[in-house]
Design a protein around this ligand. Sequence first.
Ligand SMILES: NC(=O)c1ccc[n+]([C@@H]2O[C@H](COP(=O)([O-])OP(=O)(O)OC[C@H]3O[C@@H](n4cnc5c(N)ncnc54)[C@H](O)[C@@H]3O)[C@@H](O)[C@H]2O)c1
Length: 244
Amino acid sequence: MNLSGKIVLITGGSGLLGRAILRDLLKRDAIPVNLDITKDDVGVKYIHCDVMEEKSISNAIQSVIDEYGVIDGLVNNAYPRTADWGEDFESIKPESWRKNVDWQLNSCFICCQQVIQHMLKQECGSIVNIASIYGIVGNDFSIYKGTSIIPPAAYSAIKGGVINFTRYLASKYGKDGIRANCVSPGGIFNHQDKIFVENYNSKVPLSRMGSPEDISPSVSFLLSDESGYITGHNLVVDGGWTAI
Ligand SMILES: NC(=O)c1ccc[n+]([C@@H]2O[C@H](COP(=O)([O-])OP(=O)(O)OC[C@H]3O[C@@H](n4cnc5c(N)ncnc54)[C@H](O)[C@@H]3O)[C@@H](O)[C@H]2O)c1
């Protein structure tokens, strides 16, 4: 994959999936810049950025332009959520729902809008929005039986929105050399409740949850020149979850 020297912004690069994306980009000689509220331990260029704040996003993007003069790629990966994320559907407070949609979906719009202004001048760029299998299919509630995990309803609305918003971007900006795609991971193993993991593993065709390293190469691919004729795609990396 040709990513050598490419300046790639990633939001939420300090998290579970974000760190794997940073490492994969480094391995391929890209120059990743992590925009997060907490610093990563990967050792890449870090800029404090709170995606819940429009000004914080524009400051971070401007400082990247000041330093590098170009933005080749953007990965919208940050995952801000309210303290009551995962509340049972009937108890969700509308205010909480609004905040999560604002922090997760609207922040993706703002990052895309601001970065696209620079990509338009460059006449090239690649955007990868991290969505989820739950933006494509409904939850199988049987896998949560015997656990305290409640899948958040807003997540389905947000990730479904991210996927079709990405198609809008692909359609509008293809003529300008800007590509927009999604990567939709399945469940990533992170020491969840044992019963949940067993239930998940027994359902998913490849019989295991994903690892961050299962997902990250797909992000790199969609940022690279090798995916130059791919736009508006949702690359599902889920061990077969959505195939059945
Ligand atoms: N973990 C999974 O099983 C899974 C599955 C499918 C999709 N995803 C998606 O992958 C992405 C990353 O998820 P993750 O599991 O790595 O989450 P995570 O919680 O491990 O990491 C999220 C990162 O976002 C950062 N963040 C939080 N609020 C922020 C803010 N206001 N501004 C900037 N950064 C902020 C955090 O500091 C953290 O580094 C998310 O979009 C998530 O929906 C995850």
